[in-house]
Design a protein around this ligand. Sequence first.
Ligand SMILES: [Zn+2]
Length: 46
Amino acid sequence: MVAYCFKCRANREIGNATQTTLKNGRLATQGNCLVCGTKVFRMARG
Ligand SMILES: [Zn+2]
């Protein structure tokens, strides 16, 4: 699973990925960039 890291400005593997539900009811995955440790966030498809 990868997400866009704004610090690396690249798609990075998500570390400690956890699934979360947004206020609008959509699923998303959040975790940390394995390269720089910045929090990254990825919307689930659909
Ligand atoms: Zn990064």
